[in-house]
Ligand binder design. Structure first.
Ligand SMILES: [Zn+2]
Length: 692
């Protein structure tokens, strides 16, 4: 075949002319990626080489701005590919992912370890104050210098070669880790055959389970999967202790099933390689290395925060456990409450204490109305409006998209929402982008994506969410706004490309608006009658907000502790991951009735890629900011206070990483965050509290 001709026919390499230059999904085939990656990688390499070999002395323009412009073709192909690999994968994409992940790692190593490039950046950085740069340019130069140093720039050749080999291997292992978890989730279906197997399940869950079974090839039955939106409600409602135990065991053992998808050796090798990498870069441990470039700055600071919530959270969880034990006993249960019992009896306690049950609430949380509520909040705070469109080809029939417009009529972004679970999708919920905002060469507006895993219902039925699901939707939409409102010049500083322990601030802050009566009265409407949630129910829902917070804090913090401990381990050579986990939890005094929110063999935040490694504590770190930050709105007496919303927009949602996060927060709040707001928010501030 004529080479040029085939290139022109590859839709990944063509110019995209549709709205927002969205990828032409209607013309893409998995087989297009191999050639597109070859071509885009070659261009990116040539662009970087040209910057390094420029005979002119280094300037901001010919080095930093040039690097910011380079590799954009590769970024475009990679964004399409990795979004598909996460949200709608198949065997062909998975094979491509295994091949391309280490090659991309090698490409990035080659750039970071290119000495001529590093020398140009170092020379600029050494006299940065004399370059006449504006504050954003100064910041982007600093970030480049930091990134090169943190990737081995300036080290001897032998160390560089080893770092490159480590990156390469970590990319292979991280890909395998994620694919293994997906395989374990795909392989499992709890089929409910007898009517008694459905005991306790509300109708909404029964119909979702029927749909799941049909999708998985067992029509006429009911199926429970290991997706959080399927198994959590099952554990909450199923009166069948034996079935709860069975499903829970499969859920807890993802990545640890002993076969080809077992992740224990992979995780162990990753921990060892990360420790080695940190040492080569002159850091005491991988956690020290990782946290040096965050708000927390040191593992001690992150651990200090975790310890400050741990004791009150365990005390609270013990009280919760006692109450659950009483409920179980009162029903004649002659057993100690186990992890597969917690959600079931907690649901009963919630009903007894607050006259609140999930089945009564759920009809008021329609997916469509919650999307509208998230849009409404963005309109009140930031003046955005949303118009759904059907003229843009998307990658799956369930996916939807909206044009996002500012108050002045200008397009802000394209927003893509992918809400339903399917076997081809990684579990969890996340925000991502097909195109990041930048103004380097013209005003490029972003294409932002939210991917969630709600259980799909049968055609014509309303998709009903739990209050937790609605929180997840608001959380991810908060991240989406951080991407969509971004208003910076340089792509490196764009949107959510900020430190891990700051990035959860805009997302977690946004969740607060879901809990406001003003929002709930308007959007928590019964799916059959259209009636708003009765005021008494709404008040009971909000009163129960702190219910089970001991459990929630303990399961989260346990994961965060183990993540940090693994990456602080001085003797990381051949860690037995699960034995290590058990030992750490024993040391912490983990209650036997609770397990980690993410056990190590399926802890995708930490091992499926690198972004939250030694960084799972970040949610709690950011929570200091969101708890304190939302109090500003409460203090003002207006949850949409325009002046505050403007400052939030200017200093947080639109500023990307163009300034230090601590400074950005102060500019919004008028002062530094006060940590005691966090304990108030979780209901853990009590007389037993010794430090705030
Ligand atoms: Zn998040």
């Amino acid at each position: 075949m004529d080479k040029d001709n085939s290139l022109a026919e590859n839709p990944l390499l063509a110019v995209w002319t549709g709205p927002f230059e969205a990828p032409p999904f209607d013309r893409l085939k998995p087989s297009d990626f191999a050639q597109a990656f070859e071509t885009a990688l070659a261009s990116a390499q040539a662009e970087a080489a040209a910057i390094a070999a420029n005979p002119e002395p280094p300037s901001f323009e010919n080095t930093i701005a040039a690097l910011e412009r380079s590799g954009s073709g590769l970024d475009r192909v990679a964004a399409v590919f990795f979004n598909l690999a996460a949200a709608d994968t198949n065997d062909e994409l998975q094979a491509m992912e295994r091949e391309i992940a280490p090659r991309l790692a090698r490409h990035h190593s080659e750039i970071y370890l290119n000495d001529a490039l590093f020398q140009r950046i170092a020379a600029l950085h050494a006299h940065k104050s004399k370059l006449g740069l504006d504050p954003e340019q100064m910041r982007v130069l600093d970030r480049y210098h930091t990134a090169f140093v943190r990737n081995g720039g300036g080290l001897p050749d032998a160390a560089k070669a080893r770092l490159a080999a480590i990156s390469d291997r970590l990319a292979t292992l991280g890909t395998a880790f994620g694919q293994n978890v997906l395989a374990d989730e795909k392989a499992y279906l709890l089929v409910l055959t007898e009517p008694d197997d459905l005991a306790g399940l509300p109708t909404s869950l029964v119909s979702a389970a029927a749909r799941t079974a049909a999708d998985r090839g067992v029509p006429g039955r009911h199926g429970i999967t290991l997706s959080r939106s399927s198994i959590e409600p099952f554990l909450q409602f199923s009166a069948r202790r034996d079935l709860r135990e069975k499903a829970f065991a499969a859920w807890a053992r993802r990545g640890e099933t002993g076969g080809v998808t077992d992740n224990r050796a992979i995780a162990s090798e990753m921990v060892r390689l990360r420790a080695e990498r940190a040492k080569l870069l002159g850091h005491e441990s991988f956690a020290h290395f990782k946290l040096a470039d965050t708000m927390a700055k040191t593992p001690q600071a992150a651990l200090g925060l975790l310890h400050s919530v741990w004791a009150p959270a365990v005390a609270q969880a013990r009280r919760e456990e006692e109450a659950l034990q009483e409920t179980a006993a009162s029903e004649g249960g002659n057993f100690k409450v186990a992890p597969w019992d917690w959600r079931y009896y907690a649901e009963k306690r919630r009903k007894a204490s607050y006259d609140l049950d999930e089945a009564e609430l759920k009809p008021y949380f329609q997916l469509d109305k919650m999307i509208e509520a998230a849009f409404f909040t963005a309109n009140r705070l930031f003046g955005l409006s949303f118009t759904e469109r059907n003229d843009i080809p998307l990658y799956h029939g369930d996916v939807r998209c909206w044009t996002v417009t500012r108050a002045n009529g200008q397009a802000a972004a394209l927003f893509i929402g992918d809400y339903f679970a399917r076997p081809s999708k990684r579990s969890g919920a996340w925000m991502s982008s097909f195109r990041a905002q930048r103004k380097l060469d013209g005003d490029v507006r972003p294409i932002i994506l939210n991917v969630l895993n709600f259980a799909k219902v049968a055609e014509g039925e309303a998709c009903l969410l739990s209050f937790d699901d609605a929180h997840t939707l608001f959380h991810e939409f908060g991240h989406a706004l951080h991407g969509m409102l971004s208003d910076v010049t340089y792509p490196l500083l764009s949107g959510t490309n900020v430190s891990r322990d700051f990035v959860e601030f805009p997302s977690q802050l946004y969740e607060h608006w879901l809990e406001q009566p003003e929002v709930l009265r308007r959007f928590a409407l019964h799916h059959e009658t259209g009636e708003p949630m009765p005021e008494a129910l709404l008040q009971r829902l909000l009163a129960a907000r702190l219910f089970n917070q001991g459990f929630a804090t303990v399961e989260y913090a346990a994961s965060a502790f183990v993540d940090l401990a693994l990456h602080l381990e001085p003797d990381a050579d051949a860690i037995d991951i699960t034995a290590f986990e058990t030992k750490q939890l024993e040391k912490l005094g983990m209650p036997a009735s609770i397990i980690m929110r993410h056990r190590t063999p399926h802890f995708q935040h930490v091992f499926s890629g690198d972004s939250y490694s030694a960084g799972y504590y970040s949610y709690l770190w950011s929570e200091i900011l969101d708890a304190d930050g939302f109090e500003a709105f409460e203090e003002s007496g207006d949850i949409f206070d325009p002046a505050l919303a403007q400052r939030l927009h200017d200093h947080v949602y639109s500023s990307g990483y163009s300034r230090d996060p601590e400074e950005a927060y102060k500019a919004f709040r008028g002062r530094a965050a006060a940590p005691d707001a966090l304990l108030r928010k979780r209901g853990l501030a009590g007389p037993t509290q010794t430090r705030a």
